[in-house]
Unconditional design. Structure first.
Length: 234
């Protein structure tokens, strides 16, 4: 006669045999809760953006000490005076550039690499620039380890963009500039969109949408934000 295990014993045995799988499931539950409560309920509807936010393991883009806070609705420190943006802002900026599978996107301010990974989950190519050398190396190693093979990382002054890879279908800037860099406008493809926080680094800034249409530039203020300052090279 086949012996039947009590349900509690079966669950205990499962946890003992596969703790890593259980941990992965726990994070997937956290990501789903993050998307539902922080992003969907606040008006983000783009399907590709929502899928990327559900897929990218945000907890792997913060220090181990902050893993339990990775899916909270707030920015977190990543060292060197920089932060990883709150999930809603990442989703909002991603949706506003209207990413498509064949797009080439430039990001200014790699930070932890999380925004680049979200973009890489949607578009064909991502080019991301980080001015802080130590962060740039960390991001490059992290994205390679996580197999985001369609992201290229450069340590440089983001104000100059990446002219040899221009034009770009979209540009995402994750640091507050006092004005929109003309070099980035030039590198934006006709019909392209850029999101950039503009304003004083010591005050609330305005997240701006920049659209290029047959050479004409249109700017729209989207919402108030607080980003770290746009750093320049010496």
């Amino acid at each position: 006669m086949k012996k039947r295990w009590p349900l509690a014993a079966m669950l205990t045995l499962t946890l003992i045999l596969s703790p890593s799988a259980w941990a992965a499931d726990t994070h997937s539950f956290q990501r789903e809760a993050m998307v539902r409560k922080q992003i969907l309920e606040r008006g983000i509807t783009d399907g590709t953006t929502l899928t990327a936010m559900r897929t990218v393991p945000r907890h792997l883009f913060v220090s181990p000490a902050l893993t339990d806070s990775a899916y909270e609705d707030r920015p977190l420190p990543i060292g060197y005076g920089q932060t990883i943006s709150q999930p809603y802002i990442v989703a909002f900026m991603t949706e506003k550039i209207r990413p498509k599978a064949g797009h080439k996107v430039l990001e200014i301010g790699s930070g932890s690499g999380y925004q680049a990974a979200v973009l890489a989950s949607i578009v064909k190519e991502v080019y991301t620039i980080e001015i802080i050398e130590e962060l740039g190396h960390i991001v490059r190693d992290r994205l390679q380890r996580l197999r985001y093979g369609n992201v290229r990382v450069r340590v440089a002054d983001g104000y100059d963009g990446w002219p040899e890879q221009a034009p770009f279908d979209a540009i995402v800037v994750t640091a507050a500039a006092e004005h929109v860099p003309p070099s980035l406008i030039r590198q934006l493809k006709d019909g392209g969109r850029m999101v950039i926080p503009v304003g004083s680094p010591f005050l609330v800034q305005s997240l701006m949408l920049v659209e290029k249409d047959q050479g004409n530039i249109k700017t729209t203020s989207l919402l108030p934000v607080r980003f770290v300052p746009f750093r320049r090279g010496r």
